[in-house]
Write a protein that binds this ligand. Structure first.
Ligand SMILES: [Cu+2]
Length: 353
């Protein structure tokens, strides 16, 4: 346990120097997997820690329930990863389970919708395998974002629910309400269909840490682990805790091996037909129209790093440091929506005539 906290602190220190991609708690409640995927080249580390206190005659005992999520993008809309929790309640100790360690391996395909935080409907499919329950699980997740509100839903299936035979479905639903760019409130509920299990619920205060790619939530819940099955069952005691999200942009570590890159102009020499400033966490000219063969230059006027990452297959920029620029020539007519990987709410579009 202590080792994991050490790793988490080391990762935090390694990533707080600048902005990195965020998998944001401002668009997801505590016990729903969400529809997020990770961009390729980014490793997402999410750390949930919940605890409850067991009163005793010789003093209170604190029971810690951490879940670690590690995932990376393997394509524009596909992520793979795993969850590891050390204190699962899925398999009752009375049934002779050898361990309370719960591991879930998963893949996620975003079948519908733009990047996290974009307006409208997003749909993701998450096949998974739960090593503790020895169960093939799956989740169909959907969320719908309109302005300050995100509505979430999940339909789940477990081949061996709680390690027992007989496939069982579970459902979950939740809502996130953003008070401003940095603060949101969320709540959700999820449960297996059928008798004998308690529904899982949560309520959370979610925070985007300004000037960083991190989100943090303070949570109250009765769910112990953050897996598909774990999000579908609650325990009798109420847990308190937090989640912290840490995106690691692998290119960031390149200087360890290759020296520091120059923040020079990037991209081909071409007639620059339009300029887009990146400032105040926004593309200041969100829609630009040019002719085929012309180029667009982006300039980062913020104090944090941004990227120009196209939603389609067009290659985009690396992370641009403050004052960094990026030039991209468009040879084929079309519509090119893009976003900033660290800040998915930053969106723009290039229309090439
Ligand atoms: Cu950005």
């Amino acid at each position: 346990m202590r080792r994991f906290i050490g790793v988490a602190v080391a990762l935090f220190v390694a990533t707080t120097a600048g902005a990195l991609p965020a998998q944001s708690l401002l668009y997801r409640s505590a016990n729903l997997g969400g529809t997020w995927v990770v961009d390729p080249g980014v490793v997402q580390f999410n750390f949930v820690h919940r605890f409850y206190i067991v009163p005793g005659t010789l003093g209170h005992v604190v029971v810690n329930d951490p879940t670690f999520t590690l995932a990376t993008g393997v394509g524009p809309k596909v992520a793979v990863g795993g969850q590891f929790a050390t204190h699962s309640i899925l398999i009752s100790q009375a049934s002779g389970a050898q361990s309370t360690n719960e591991t879930q391996l998963f893949a996620r395909w975003r079948a519908w919708g733009g990047p996290e935080g974009s307006e409208g409907l997003h749909v993701s499919l998450t096949p998974a395998y739960n090593l503790l329950a020895k169960s093939v699980d799956g989740e169909l997740g959907a969320d719908w974002t309109s302005g300050p509100v995100t509505l979430e839903g999940a339909a789940r299936i477990a081949a061996k629910p709680l390690g027992q035979s007989g496939a069982r479905a579970a459902f979950g639903g939740g809502v996130v309400a953003r008070v401003n760019r940095y603060v949101a409130l969320s709540t959700d509920v999820g449960s297996f269909v059928g008798p004998t299990v308690r529904a899982a619920w949560s309520a959370a205060l979610n925070l985007l840490i300004p000037g960083s790619p991190h989100t943090f939530s303070l949570e109250v819940s009765n769910a112990v682990t953050s897996t598909i099955q774990g999000n579908s069952i609650g325990q009798a005691q109420r847990l308190y805790g937090f989640e912290f999200t840490i995106p690691l942009h692998l290119k960031r570590f390149a200087p360890w091996f290759h020296g520091s890159p120059k923040p020079a102009a990037l991209g081909p020499a071409a007639a620059v037909a339009a300029e887009v400033r990146m400032a105040a966490y926004a593309f200041q000219t969100p829609s630009v129209t040019i002719s085929a063969g012309q180029a667009v230059r982006w300039t980062n006027d913020d104090a944090v790093e941004h990227s120009v990452t196209f939603d389609g297959t067009e290659p985009g920029s690396p992370l641009l440091p403050p004052t960094g620029t990026y030039v991209h020539r468009f040879d084929t007519p079309g519509t090119y929506p893009y976003h900033c990987t660290p800040h998915p709410f930053m969106k723009g579009v290039i229309v090439v005539k």
